[in-house]
Design a binder for this molecule. Structure first.
Ligand code: DGY
Length: 328
């Protein structure tokens, strides 16, 4: 069988795939151009892709022999899952292994916002640190006692909740489905509406997938609900936030600040109005970017592919759930 990789994976992973299949790896500038993808997929049985590859119905339908799509990501909003399932193609992904790393990053961003780590760092690099330690110098705020609003209480949301409890934060959450009373009790988290979450939280952290229902759900109306002292953290998907609205809110100081690991378009271009705003802290989509996590993701991506091509159940198969199907 033939397999296409839209980008090189770890050596051990490539070696494993090469043992069984004829492998073609795209090594050009990412993402792989669509016309090339459409032409290369034609004779392939399996595809390994990444969250920035748009695996839409044109690609899927061009792959007349395609049996398996294995994405190196927990998100699968870049794949037209419906079109794939209609063709009997197994779609698999890599949840769980990246839960800790992503939750850690959400906490790191939250701490950095509250304690002004980014600002302090650039102040020193710009050689502008003029005043020494003092009662009113460079004050941030405590995480302790503040209210964290978790939007999306799935695996990553819960991992963030556990970490936040260690910082003695109060927890509110909003989710499609309410947790069981036992889980709510163990996380000490109170279920509230989305409006209330944004209104009452000192920091809102986003952990929902990007679906038609969550597309641009965080808009100016919700942001205006927030306290002027509150922060927004996004380590999920950029398109959950209406970025233009966020820029307005940040410029007008409707909210105190935001930390973003994901964006409407990635990488963001030089003209993006977020660049240069003092109250935004940005990282280049590094939620799962640890040595350990990316290795585990590679292992699962390969196992998922091999199991699917053997017509067995992959470790993590994308299930058909109306609210979760891919969208572009
Ligand atoms: C994912 O796995 O979907 C992440 O966004 C990649 O870091």
């Amino acid at each position: 069988m033939k397999v296409l990789l839209t980008r090189r994976l770890h050596d051990f992973a490539v070696k494993e795939i090469r043992k069984r299949y004829q492998v073609e790896i795209y090594t050009g500038k990412v993402p792989m151009p669509k016309d090339l993808l459409v032409s290369k997929i034609k004779d392939k049985d399996g595809l390994i892709c990444y969250p920035y590859d748009k695996i839409d119905s044109d690609v899927i339908n061009a792959g007349t022999k395609l049996k398996a799509i294995s994405t190196f990501s927990v998100g699968y909003n870049h794949i037209d899952v419906k079109a794939a399932l209609e063709r009997g193609i197994i779609v698999s992904y890599t949840p769980e292994v990246l839960t800790r790393a992503t939750a850690d990053l959400a906490m790191a961003l939250m701490l950095s916002l509250f304690r002004r780590v980014g600002e302090g760092n650039s102040l020193i690099h710009k050689k502008e640190w003029k005043t020494i330690f003092g009662p009113y110098e460079f004050l941030g705020t405590d995480l302790h006692g503040k209210t964290l609003g978790i939007f999306g209480m799935g695996r990553i949301g819960k991992a963030v909740a556990k970490r936040a409890l260690g910082f003695e934060m109060k927890l509110l959450y909003h989710n499609r489905k309410r947790l069981s009373p036992r889980e709510e009790k163990s996380l000490n988290a109170r279920y509230v509406s989305l409006d209330e979450l944004f209104r009452r939280s000192d920091v809102v952290s986003i952990h929902v997938p990007h679906t038609p229902k969550t597309h641009h759900i965080v808009n100016l109306k919700l942001l205006k609900n927030m306290k002027k002292t509150s922060f927004l953290v996004n380590t999920a998907r950029g398109k959950i936030i209406n970025e233009k609205d966020l820029v307005v809110a940040l410029k007008k100081k409707t909210i105190a600040g935001a930390a973003l690991d994901v964006f409407q378009n990635e990488p963001i271009d030089a003209s993006n109005p977020l660049i240069g705003l003092k109250n935004v802290l940005m990282t280049p989509h590094i939620g799962s970017a640890t040595v350990e996590t990316r290795r585990e993701m590679a292992e699962i991506t390969v196992k998922n592919l091999m199991l699917s091509l053997a017509r067995k159940k992959p470790i993590y198969q994308v299930k058909v759930e109306s609210g979760h199907l891919g969208r572009f």
